[in-house]
Design a protein around this ligand. Sequence first.
Ligand SMILES: C[S@@+](CC[C@H](N)C(=O)[O-])C[C@H]1O[C@@H](n2cnc3c(N)ncnc32)[C@H](O)[C@@H]1O
Length: 274
Amino acid sequence: MLEVLNDADYELFRKVIYDESGITFSATNRSILDSRIKDLLRTKNIATPAEYYALIRKNPEEMKYMLDSVTTNLTRFFRNQPHFDAFVNYVIPHIIEQKKASLTDRTIKIWSAGCSTGEEPYTIAMIMKEIIPPGWNFQITASDISLKCLMTAQTGFYADSRVDGVPANYLAKYFTKVDGGYQIKKEVQDTIRFDYHNLKNDSGARNLDVVFCRNVLIYFDEPAQLAVIDRFWNAMAPKSYLFIGHSESLFGMKTQFEFLKTEWACLYKKEISK
Ligand SMILES: C[S@@+](CC[C@H](N)C(=O)[O-])C[C@H]1O[C@@H](n2cnc3c(N)ncnc32)[C@H](O)[C@@H]1O
C-alpha cells in the first residue's frame, strides 16, 4: 500500500498525538496511523499531510477531531465477565463495609475512564441497579476523548448485533426493543454522566471508590501509562479499587497501587491507612 506519510510527516503526527493524548504509535503500527491520516485527508479534501498538520496546530477543534479519528474504540457489553464477578462479589461488598464502619456517605462513586460507546458504563449501571442495597446510591461518570463515541453512548441505542453479550433478563428489564436494535432505558441512562475528558489531564474528580480503565492503557507507552495511573491515584478514595484490562498490567511499574487477586479476577487496590 502506498504510504501517505513520509518519515518527517509520520514523526510530526506521531509526536503531536503522543503529546496531546498519550496514544503511542510506533514502527509496528505506523500503517494504522498512515491509513487514518489518509482517510482524514480524503474526508477533509486536503492535499498533503503537511497542510493538515498546520490546520490541527492552529485549530483546537480540528486537533480534537484528529485525535478522535486515531482512537480504537472496540468494546462490548459485559466485556470480561470475571471483572464484573469480582466487582459484585468483592469490590462492592468491601466498599459498603468500609463506608458503614466510617459512618460516612452512602454513595458509591464510579468512573468508567475511556468508556468508548457506552457499553462499559451501562453494564456497570445495570449491575449496580441489581445489587445496590436500599438506602444506598451510586454515581457513574463515563468519559472518553472521542466525541463520536460519546454521542453514541449518550443516545443509548444499540443495533441488535451489539447487545449480544447482554444476559436475557437484563435485556428484558433495562432495554426497550425498537426498530433495528435496542434502546437503553432512561432509568439506567440517568445514573451516568457522560463527559469529554482527555486522560492526559487531571479530571478534577476526587474520592472515587472504583475506577474502570480497561483496554485504554494498552495504547500508551509506559511513561504515559504511569502518568495516567498517578492521576487515578489522586482521584481515588483512601480505600478504593482500580480495574484495568485483563491483558494490561502495572507489573514492574513504580505505582502505589497494590495488586489484588480475588477468586474471580485480578485488580488493583489503593489503601492508605490512617
Ligand atoms: C478499546 S476502547 C475501551 C473501551 C472500554 N473501556 C472497554 O474496555 O471495552 C479504548 C477507548 O479509550 C479512549 N481513549 C484513548 N486515549 C484516550 C485519552 N487520552 N483520554 C481519554 N480516552 C482515551 C478511546 O477513545 C477509546 O474509546
